[in-house]
Design a protein around this ligand. Structure first.
Ligand SMILES: NC(=O)c1ccc[n+]([C@@H]2O[C@H](COP(=O)([O-])OP(=O)(O)OC[C@H]3O[C@@H](n4cnc5c(N)ncnc54)[C@H](OP(=O)(O)O)[C@@H]3O)[C@@H](O)[C@H]2O)c1
Length: 157
């Protein structure tokens, strides 16, 4: 899933070279939160179910521009935070219902560093590890492993 069909086709070609049994592409702007449920249903149908999900979309904020423009800051949070809240919630429910699944999220040291020069990036990063962890530990009461670095995983035994 991604918003650039040309890049998606490149990913398809790469996965085919690596021996993928099948590849399904779904062009989507992940800022469209309302489309997430349909998108996940399409993925489940096309792939015959879901075993794992890797969330790796994001933008690198222009800190100076965000400081001058609230709408731009909110847009960055939409892409890098709220879309993750939405997708993680939906994926956690799918995996909980089937009692198995892996969610991988690429976060960043920016979330723990909290450097003043990158507050717009740090703010959104802070939420990424706790969200997948929360899916497993508190909210969903399922087994969860959350690595100390940039990769957070939610997994059933
Ligand atoms: N590179 C690093 O040093 C680094 C460090 C820490 C964490 N990370 C994280 O690792 C992940 C991948 O980073 P990367 O360096 O590979 O970045 P990247 O090359 O810029 O890839 C990010 C991807 O996210 C897509 N994207 C952005 N907004 C989207 C939206 N609204 N809907 C759908 N797709 C959207 C972009 O699509 P378009 O091509 O259409 O723009 C792009 O393909 C990100 O979550 C990033 O924050 C990266």
């Amino acid at each position: 899933m991604g918003r650039n069909p040309t890049k998606l086709e490149a990913v398809r070609a790469d996965l085919n070279v690596r021996g993928a049994a099948s590849v399904a592409l779904h062009p989507a702007d992940l800022n469209d939160l309302g489309a997430h449920p349909v998108m996940l249903e399409a993925a489940q149908t096309a792939l015959g179910g879901l075993d794992a999900a890797l969330l790796a979309h994001g933008t690198l904020s222009d800190q100076s521009a965000c400081e001058q423009d609230v709408q731009r800051t909110l847009q960055e949070l939409q892409t890098n935070f709220l879309s993750y809240v939405s997708l993680l919630t939906l994926l956690a429910n799918v995996f909980e219902a089937q009692r198995r699944g892996v969610i991988a999220v690429i976060s960043s040291v920016a979330g723990s560093a909290g450097a003043a020069a990158i507050t717009s990036m740090a703010a959104r990063r802070l939420a990424k590890p706790p969200l997948p962890a929360g899916c497993g530990r508190g909210w969903k009461k399922q087994a969860c492993r959350c690595s100390p670095s940039s990769l957070a995983r939610w997994i059933h035994p």
